[in-house]
Write a protein that binds this ligand. Sequence first.
Ligand code: C2E
Ligand code: MG
Ligand code: MG
Ligand code: MG
Length: 279
Amino acid sequence: QAKAAGRNTLCFFDPAMQAAATERAALHADLHRALRDRQFELHYQVQVDEKRRPIGAEALLRWRHPARGLICPSSFIGLAEETGLIVPIGIWVLRTACIQLAAWAARPEAAHLRLAVNVSARQFRQAGFTDQLRELLAATGAPADRLKLELTESTLIEDAEAVVERMEELRALGIRFSLDDFGTGYSSLAYLKRLPLSQLKIDQSFVRDVMSDANDAAIVETILGLGCSLGLSVIAEGVESEDQFAFLTARGCREHQGYLFGRPMALRDFEALLAVLHD
Ligand code: C2E
Ligand code: MG
Ligand code: MG
Ligand code: MG
């Protein structure tokens, strides 16, 4: 029924829709070429402790498009997920992240850094994902216990049995998990308790107005309490002001990420920032 309606809708000529479809098709073709032509980059955003000391980074994907310039993931991750291209792209991200972790592990001043990598649902559920990661870790020499996979509640909610099993396989390799955008999904506390998580990541939408919106402040406090009672660390994302940072640290939040400490940046700039923060 819905399919038939969808087909009918396409019979009407709608220039705007036509343009959007053409745009998508062009983007799809470009996305295919992007992997082959090495147009992807990882940028790094620092994560700090309550004393602003760097403890790691989140790796964020960027696409250096030959005509459109630097493209942020919100413009292409959705399409990459729909088309399945997210799987090879995600492998490239993980390989690049592991190579970087191995390089840091060999340098005393950087050896403590953890690297958080976003993994999409489709990639996480892929058969052979655990084997791929095991091989990547072995091939690169990256320390598994410094690698943190960021999953979202929507990734975890479907097929709970399989998800728990997959997480436990990866956990056995030493890999940690952080639950990204936490508070925006629908996971029940009973379910959360079953997952081998290390960390909750407070969604930036709650941090943004934490100083002015009593509801957001209450949500942030609740997540911090939840982390404490479940034995999970909590990291706040989107920390932009000193006030927000003070609010969070006063309530026991010990890990922070946001423009206040650094934007996502190319590796060279990230390493320069580390050197400054280190002193
Ligand atoms: P996310 O994992 O929740 O990443 C946080 C986003 O917030 C990043 O946007 C980051 O640049 C932005 N951000 C960080 N600090 C601040 C701040 O203080 N203020 C504000 N306003 N924003 C801040 P970005 O890099 O555009 O990434 C967007 C989303 O794309 C990510 O959300 C993640 O879901 C997805 N993504 C990024 N890289 C990858 C990847 O390698 N694989 C997959 N599957 N998804 C990725
Ligand atoms: Mg993330
Ligand atoms: Mg997030
Ligand atoms: Mg997000």
